[in-house]
Design a protein around this ligand. Structure first.
Ligand code: ADP
Ligand code: MG
Length: 374
């Protein structure tokens, strides 16, 4: 079978503007009525493969910046994909971390986690406090940390810390910084300050979502941690660094019906912000686009100063191994990966029991006096 490279990552482009990690969650029998076993699996720390639906004797092998297999812990994801970009926000630079992928693939687990297995958000917030505390007082800067928490739903910007507020505007100041006038900013001085605001707001969002027709899978939840540092001596220079931690809307194609295959018609995009984010990341990572279409959606407009350019961005693409996610996994991987390769090799599902057919045949062979092997 011919080898195909989807996107060239040639020598001219050493670092992508947006680092892309893929995280595969563990196989869950409860998510798989037919108990068919996984259809995707990791190969090493950079590669994974998925069975090729067009030809089951082939797999499609993907290459990403980092692959986190199903055994990867929350701590490992944080250390390798998130921690390295955090120090920049103390120096007036911006960073963003996204969880991308279909509903059910582990975005919220990755970002929020549970009390036993806290995710990227609590770990990152703790780390920011730790970094500020470790700053040498003699350097002469005072630090202020604040948080905002918002949601983009149906292209409306809603303040999750002030739930009665209406759609907020997004503005740009003369220094090209993006601002949301009217958005709640709360100063936080320790992790529990943060948690007191964040936990109930997150809970509100989840409870509302069950009533409002899967709203949480269609909206982007955006936590902003802002670090402002001010020089004590004249001229009191001030620097602002922003960290966006984002649980994106589900990337599943809501227009897919039955088994008619994936339809990626641009005009029909249900979630304009997610669709535009794909275009922006593609434009940034291919380095070829003359214009990065930030202004085409609320999410990308909001992130204009924190995604690409001099910002430090990481996208964690969450995928699920069950067959029912197959086309959404394919879609997410085609977006996330640097290259793909069709490999002429049968897919082996290592975690499933021996299929019924060969065992039955072996028994029949045995009963017929055969060797029982093929
Ligand atoms: P999403 O936010 O993408 O819709 P969730 O984070 O809600 O997905 O994950 C779906 C289910 O899978 C949840 O029950 C979650 O606890 C579980 N899950 C996701 N990722 C993992 C993981 N890495 N390890 C264990 N369980 C996971
Ligand atoms: Mg979720």
């Amino acid at each position: 079978m011919a080898q195909r490279l989807a996107l060239s990552d040639g020598a001219h482009k050493k670092t992508a503007s947006v680092r892309v990690a893929v995280r595969l969650r563990p196989y869950m029998g409860t998510q798989d009525e037919k108990d068919e076993g996984p259809c995707v699996k990791g190969l090493d720390s950079l590669h994974l493969e998925i069975i090729n639906w067009r030809n089951a004797t082939e797999t499609v092998k993907y290459h990403c910046d980092v692959f986190h297999g199903e055994q990867t812990t929350q701590q490992e994801v944080f250390l390798s994909s998130v921690k390295p970009i955090l120090s920049h926000i103390l120096n007036g630079q911006n960073s963003s971390v996204f969880a991308y992928g279909p509903t059910g693939a582990g975005k919220t687990h990755t970002m929020m986690g549970t009390s036993d297995q806290p995710g990227v958000i609590p770990r990152a917030v703790r780390e920011v406090f730790k970094l500020v505390k470790a700053k040498d007082n003699n350097e002469g800067w005072d630090y202020n940390i604040s948080m905002s928490y918002l949601e983009i739903y149906n292209e409306k910007v809603l303040d999750l810390l002030s739930p009665s507020s209406q759609d907020l505007p997004i503005r740009e100041n003369k220094d090209k910084n993006i601002l949301i006038p009217g958005l709640t900013h709360t100063t936080i001085s320790c992790f529990s300050d943060f948690d007191k605001q964040f936990a109930p707001a997150s809970l509100n969002r989840t409870t509302a979502s069950t009533k409002l027709n899967q709203r949480s899978s269609r909206s982007h939840a955006i936590l902003l941690i802002k670090v402002v540092r001010t020089q004590r001596a004249l001229p009191h220079r001030q620097q602002t660094g922003k960290l966006y931690l984002i649980d994106l809307a589900g990337s599943e194609d809501n227009r897919r019906t039955g088994n008619q295959g994936i339809r990626l018609k641009e005009s029909g995009a249900i979630n304009l912000s997610l669709f535009t984010l794909n275009k922006v990341v593609d434009a940034l990572n291919s380095g070829t686009a003359a214009r990065v279409p930030y202004r085409d959606s609320k999410l990308t407009r909001l992130l204009q100063d924190s995604l690409g350019g001099s910002a430090h961005s990481v996208m964690i693409t969450n995928i699920a191994p069950e067959y029912k996610f197959y086309f959404d996994t394919f879609g997410a991987l085609n977006f996330a990966s640097k290259s793909k390769l069709i490999v002429n090799k049968p897919f082996t599902c290592e975690t499933v029991a021996v299929p019924v057919l060969p065992m039955k045949r072996a028994r029949e062979d045995h009963e017929a006096g055969g060797s029982g092997t093929e």
